[in-house]
Design a protein around this ligand. Structure first.
Ligand SMILES: *Cc1c(COP(=O)(O)O)cnc(C)c1O
Length: 455
């Protein structure tokens, strides 16, 4: 086919290979795909003197192009990176109970803002609030979209137009564009910096308190460590100071840890309930980091303050939907029943023993080798991720695939929904973050790729 023989859009639409696509994908999508393919063909004919094309080739290209245009971009993947709270892969995978709860209220109508007892309008902020009170020891709680929104709302509702004191060691960037000083500016609170990067003392805070001060804020520097000559007053000392001066202590705890990470060979991540017990007036944290639930921002603390926060107009703009609340409620129920390590994937992954991982990798390698794949166990480390517990790792055993070009294999795996890591020019897969239902598809896909692409 030469340039002048290339068909027009209407001609192609009538081809027997293409006409059925219109029913399946819609007219506009098919036309977009046709234009794309014809334009690529035109370029190819111009660029390559001997280029030959025909109707069946063009039609096949259009079928591929239509499917690509319609392919969803948000799809499940297998996380074999060993990064447990992988922000780019959606942070915490949900528990079975949370997943069922989401499916249930998603398909049906739900009592989102409805009181079944009275038949009257209810409040969406009751969901999860009871469990949050019980688990954190706070008087009251409310849920918003994410923790960035929670911190913004807290500062806007409680401190707008007044001063908020914060240590220079905590003017941090959490990642994904969350910078404590920027969020403060956005809230309309006036930032008062005290202390130095590595050391801030109680007296630094005390000297900065004025008649305009609304609060002291503490931001957990989740994602980096300051080591060496450092000092920061405790939350209890700050609470005492704040309350003596009739101002608030606000704590951006971040991770939502309710369980002690120190019991699993990690350093101690500060706990939400310790913040409440230390006297913080409000503690803010994420739902999808160490809590192991859906994306959410949670504010726990004194009832009168939570009421002020809930009534602020910004609260409406950052409110959570029924899917989030259903997943959060189900996640918190696992905590209330004392079943976190069995039921919440993030904690199950943190708590798997090195021996269990080594045994898993041995069976994986045996199966891979039996199918002609060159796979070897290799010592490595997993990390918690999500900006929590920086610099700390959990010992693991990896499946190493040393015989294959790492870049090419990693790309083929990605195309099939498996995200691994490359270490020293070798693709490695960490079983710690692979869910049990994903093991068979993972091994089958690796075998398929090696057998078909590398022989
Ligand atoms: C993660 C984090 C945030 C941002 O929370 P998102 O839920 O991602 O919006 C804010 N502050 C701290 C201390 C954090 O760790």
């Amino acid at each position: 086919m030469r340039l002048r023989h290339l068909p027009g859009v209407d001609t192609v639409l009538a081809w027997p290979e293409i006409a059925p696509l219109v029913m399946e994908y819609g007219h506009d999508t098919v036309v977009t795909a046709i234009r794309k393919v014809i334009s690529a063909e035109r370029d190819a004919i111009r660029a390559q003197p001997g280029y030959v094309t025909d109707q069946s080739y063009i039609a096949a290209q259009i079928v591929i192009a239509v499917a690509a245009l319609n392919a969803p971009t948000l799809v499940p993947v297998i996380n074999a990176t060993g990064i447990i709270i992988h922000t780019n892969l959606g942070r915490a995978p949900l528990s079975d109970a949370a997943t069922s709860a989401v499916a249930g209220v998603g398909q049906d109508y739900a009592t989102l803002e409805y009181d079944s007892a009275t038949g009257q309008r209810g409040s969406r902020s009751v969901h999860a609030a009871g469990l949050l009170r019980q688990l954190t020891g706070a008087e009251s709680a409310t849920v918003v979209n994410n923790n960035a929104a929670a911190v913004l709302l807290m500062l806007t509702a409680l401190c707008r137009g007044r001063e908020v004191i914060i240590s220079r060691g905590q003017l941090v960037e959490i990642g994904g564009g969350f910078r404590v000083p920027d969020v403060m500016a956005q809230s309309g609170a006036q930032l008062v910096e005290v202390g130095t990067t590595n050391r801030t003392h109680l007296r630094d805070y005390e000297q900065a308190i004025s008649a305009d001060t609304a609060a002291i804020m503490v931001a957990h520097h989740s994602n980096f460590r300051i080591v060496g000559f450092t000092a920061e007053p405790s939350l209890a000392e700050l609470a005492h100071l704040a309350h003596r001066h009739d101002i608030l202590l606000l704590y951006d705890q971040g991770s939502g840890a309710l369980l002690d990470s120190a019991e699993y060979g990690l350093e101690r991540e500060p706990l939400v309930q310790s913040g409440i017990a230390a006297g913080c007036d409000i503690v803010a944290f994420s739902g999808d980091k160490l809590l192991g639930g859906p994306q959410a921002g949670i504010l726990c603390g004194r009832e009168a303050l939570i009421e002020t926060i809930k009534r602020h107009p910004l609260a409406r703009a950052v409110r959570p939907d029924k899917l989030c609340l259903a997943a959060l409620q189900a996640t918190l129920e696992s905590y209330a029943r004392g079943r976190v390590v069995d039921e919440i994937p993030v904690w199950r992954m943190i708590s798997i023993s090195a021996e269990a991982l080594a045994a898993t990798v041995q069976t994986w390698c045996d199966e891979l080798k039996a199918n002609g794949v060159n796979a070897e166990p290799q010592a490595g480390s997993s990390v918690v991720g999500g900006g929590s517990l920086p610099g700390q790792s959990l010992p693991t055993t990896l499946v190493a695939l040393p015989a294959y070009s790492a870049e090419r294999l990693a790309a083929l795996l990605r195309k099939r929904g498996i995200i691994g890591r490359i270490v020293a020019d070798t693709v490695v897969l960490d079983p710690r973050t692979v869910l049990s239902t994903q093991i068979d598809p993972l091994l089958a896909t690796v075998i398929d790729i090696i057998q078909n692409e590398f022989t």
